[in-house]
Design a protein around this ligand. Structure first.
Ligand code: PMV
Length: 316
């Protein structure tokens, strides 16, 4: 059996994070410049069921049988073998690498799961189709994020811009005109589950206030959806900034995120907001393409540890 590779991109949420957990719509795009990669190689000299896993970025080197049942990498491997109905697999090694920052709102966990599921299923000659890949990756997300909306695994599996409502069939978003995003990393890591929990607690205390924020975010998301498809992307800018202000009111921004958002706007971005769970991680800025280098510079001066420029292409 040859070595099999599979990859999956990162993602950025353009509109609707947090509100999407409560069944409001959200819009997300794949970020192709960063990727998770899984490589599966046969171990012909080893006994059946020996599965070695290496993930150098998190200093992991272990046998599958030694990993806890809820380890996310182990869950992705075991879930795939179960889906293929393989109970005693021939030995193999799985190496996972990723350029997606961890705990930074760019979907690193879901991308690693998708890459593993694709590589392991292809190694056994039965590459799973996207619907199955997405389902299995969602199960891993559930174990680790409590109540994930499913947007991360879905946009990463399909690698297409999408409009997403939890529990409903996803909708690919045909982009009318290309647009450019600069993604700035605060360098502060933030766990999705704890930020989602904090929002949950606030909603328990102040349901009317929090639901009103979600409704306003939903309205912004729906307006953005028609702008994206009709092809006047700069009109999305003010909506992104408004979405950021609502997320700040909700309590999920941070001084670092606010500083990067302000820096991007001062450098000529059409709009900017935090992206993902918040309280750290990444922000995104919508910029005229020719302005991207100036926004990257401004983000660096405002403390960003990294800035990525990504172009979202128009639908063919
Ligand atoms: O920070 P990330 O990449 O895990 O994105 C989380 C998005 C939330 O809406 C906050 C949670 C969810 O499950 O949709």
């Amino acid at each position: 059996m040859p070595v099999i590779f599979a990859t999956a991109p990162g993602k950025a949420i353009l509109f609707g994070e947090h509100a999407v957990v409560y069944h409001r719509p959200a819009i997300a795009v794949p970020v192709m410049q960063v990727r998770a990669k899984a490589a599966v190689s046969p171990l012909p000299q080893s006994a059946y069921s020996q599965i070695q896993i290496q993930a150098p970025e998190i200093s992991l080197e272990a046998n599958l049988s030694d990993l806890p049942l809820d380890d996310p990498l182990a869950m992705a491997v075991r879930g795939t073998l179960d889906a293929l109905k393989i109970s005693i697999p021939p030995a193999f090694s799985l190496r996972i690498t990723s350029t997606i920052p961890i705990a930074a709102g760019l979907g690193s966990g879901a991308a690693v799961s998708v890459a593993i599921i694709r590589a392991v299923s292809a190694f056994f000659g039965t590459p799973l189709e996207n619907t199955r890949v997405n389902e299995l990756a969602y199960r891993v997300e559930c174990r680790h994020h409590g109540t994930p909306s499913g947007i991360d695994n879905t946009v990463i599996t399909y690698a297409q811009p999408l409009y997403f409502v939890r529990g409903q069939p996803m909708e690919m978003l045909p982009v009318g005109s290309p647009f450019t995003l600069v993604i700035g990393d605060t360098g502060v890591s933030s766990l999705t589950a704890s930020v989602v929990n904090a929002v949950h607690e606030r909603r328990d205390r102040e349901p009317e206030i929090v639901d009103a924020y979600f409704d306003r975010i939903a309205d912004i998301t729906d307006r953005a959806r028609s702008i994206i498809t009709s092809g006047e992307p700069q009109e999305m800018g003010p909506l992104m900034t408004e979405n950021h202000h609502l997320l700040r009111e909700l309590g999920v921004s941070s001084p670092e995120l606010d500083r990067l958002v302000d820096a991007a706007l001062s450098a000529g971005a059409w709009g900017a907001k935090l992206s993902g769970a918040g309280r750290g991680g990444n922000m995104i800025a919508l910029t005229p393409p020719e302005n991207a280098p100036a926004v990257v510079r401004a983000l660096g001066q405002a403390g960003a540890t990294r800035a990525i420029v990504t172009h979202i292409e128009a639908a063919p």
